[in-house]
Design a protein around this ligand. Structure first.
Ligand code: 2AM
Length: 507
């Protein structure tokens, strides 16, 4: 087989098919391979005329021969051992050291670091996060590449062509294209993020943020529903209105659509009311939270969103407990409905600022751990279009990091500071109502706890340190001594002088 294809793609499930079509729509010829050959044959037969063209390959040997040098391959298989199996197969089929093999799956970034190093003598392994779901893959995803910078130069024309596009000034996504008619103009939602696992790491944090974004929207929904007794379609109209303001985002927009959807089996009912309230998860929110714990970064709202899904999944237990555990006897809400609706919107916005502050704080820490040099303005900019968390809000984050690339925490940016100062009264009011009425709003509450903790000069950790020293001689530092000097007291015999503990470093 003559080498005519610009890139090869392995794994023709929906994401792989859609990404292959997107690439071909931009005039690149794509060689495609799937383990089950019938899937490949069907796919190629159904899409005989794409601008770039598809080359069906029945074996990995054919695939390797079909691609022009420098050879580039995209792997889109389930994250985990399948990725290694495919890379090994490609190497056995003739992939060489200079060939670039890009894992576009949702791989754990530490796997990408391991693979890049482990395969370096045999191929250039590269990681790229892809966000935007099936439609994104087809018409413009957000792409988060990480790996060898020279490999990136070869991938860049394709990545920039197929990524979602936004208007540079407003940051607004440019409408998606149609089959064979890709979007023209705009700034692509992709940029080189750093070496080895940087792209997959950023993609993971994107997903962690996605978890909390969804949970916050769900809490706004439950508060309006339970406090005001709003019907799904009314709620849908509230979200649609919010989507015209600061909260303008893909997730708010689909929420408005979802809430207006009737049950196909019962046109008098709304479908959302018939969906079982037990959330699933595939693991990227958990990875983000575990990583936050490992690095000691307070991403409590992100973790809370994962736990909220875990709690929802205990459906049967909750149903049983609901008959036994009492809530408060607060009379129904009888205040101003419009004012409460605005307050819930403000609570959502403030919590969202904290959630993103946590996500970016995580990335700041990870770059130290892995010696990356992440550009947070660029990361926010490529989240503006294509991905699930795309939102007007991301233009504000882009602006914040462009104003100050060294910004320590998003909460300290003048715009976000002012937003929270303005809206925190409503945020606190809504959380008070949630508590008074016994409505679980864990993400709103943990975001507020983060805000109040972060802005506190004094936290009660002095007492924690004293307790630790009491029962375990773990030592403590003193407010009137330099940091790094550690003391131990023989509690509780007051009056006995404390001892300085040299070189212990604290525990
Ligand atoms: P299949 O159609 O033969 O199952 C998502 O699972 C995609 O990854 C599918 O295209 C699937 O191929 C492919 N896939 C999963 N595990 C694989 C493996 N170990 N080797 C090759 N392809 C694999």
């Amino acid at each position: 087989m003559e080498a005519t294809a610009d890139i090869g793609l392995i794994g023709l499930a929906v994401m792989g098919q859609n990404l292959a079509l997107n690439i071909a729509d931009h005039g690149f010829k794509v060689a495609v391979y799937n383990r089950t050959t019938a899937t490949m044959k069907d796919f190629v037969a159904h899409h005989a005329s794409t601008p770039g063209g598809l080359v069906g390959c029945a074996t990995t040997q054919e695939l390797v021969r079909a691609v022009k040098r420098p050879r580039k391959f995209i792997i889109l298989v389930k994250a985990g051992p399948a990725v290694d199996a495919v890379v090994e197969e490609l190497i056995a089929a003739g992939v060489e050291q200079d060939d670039i093999v890009v894992d576009c799956g949702n791989s754990l970034w530490t796997d990408t670091i391991r693979r890049e190093k482990g395969y370096s003598a045999r191929c250039k392994f590269f990681g790229s996060g892809v966000s935007g779901g099936e439609v994104g893959a087809r018409f413009g995803p957000s792409l988060m590449p990480g790996g060898d910078p020279n490999s990136w130069q070869h991938l860049k024309p394709i990545w920039e062509a197929v990524a979602a596009k936004v208007d540079e000034q407003t940051g607004k996504p440019i409408e998606t294209g149609a089959p064979g008619k890709p979007v023209v103009g705009g700034v692509p939602c992709t940029a080189y993020l750093g070496p080895n696992g940087a792209g997959h790491y950023v993609k993971m944090v994107h997903n962690g943020i996605e978890y909390i974004d969804m949970q916050l929207i769900a809490e706004a929904y439950t508060l309006l529903r339970d406090l005001l007794g709003m019907r799904a379609d009314e709620l849908g109209r509230v979200f649609a209105r919010w989507n015209d303001g600061d909260l303008d985002s893909y997730l708010i927009q689909i929420t408005a659509d979802i809430l207006g959807q009737r049950d196909p089996h019962d046109p008098n009912a709304f479908l959302v009311d018939r969906v079982l309230d037990a959330a699933g998860q595939k693991g990227t929110g958990k990875w983000t939270s575990v990583n936050a714990l490992d690095m000691g970064i307070p991403a409590n709202a992100i973790a809370e969103a994962v736990f909220a899904r875990c709690l929802s999944a205990l459906k049967e237990e909750r149903v049983a407990a609901s008959g036994q555990l009492q809530g408060p006897n607060t009379p129904p809400f009888a205040g101003d409905r419009a004012a409460l609706t605005d307050a819930v919107r403000d609570a959502l916005y403030c919590s969202k600022i904290c959630a993103y502050a946590q996500g970016f704080q995580l990335m700041r820490e990870a770059q130290k751990e892995y010696a990356w040099k992440l550009d947070f303005g660029t990361i926010a900019a490529i989240f503006r279009g294509g991905c699930i968390i795309r939102a007007r809000f991301l233009q504000k984050i882009t602006d914040a990091y462009r104003r100050n690339p060294e910004l320590v925490n998003l909460l300290l940016d003048p715009y976000f500071k002012e937003q929270i100062t303005r809206a925190q009264g409503n945020w606190r009011h809504v959380i008070g109502l949630a508590s008074a009425h016994g409505i679980a709003a864990p993400a709103f509450m943990s975001a507020l706890a983060y805000y109040d903790g972060y802005r506190s000069q004094h936290l009660p950790a002095n007492l924690i340190q004293a307790q630790r020293d009491y029962f375990g001689a773990h030592t403590y530092e003193r407010v009137d001594r330099p940091r790094g000097e550690f003391f131990h007291t023989a509690w509780p015999e007051s009056g006995r002088p404390e001892q300085a503990v040299r070189g212990s470093g604290g525990h």
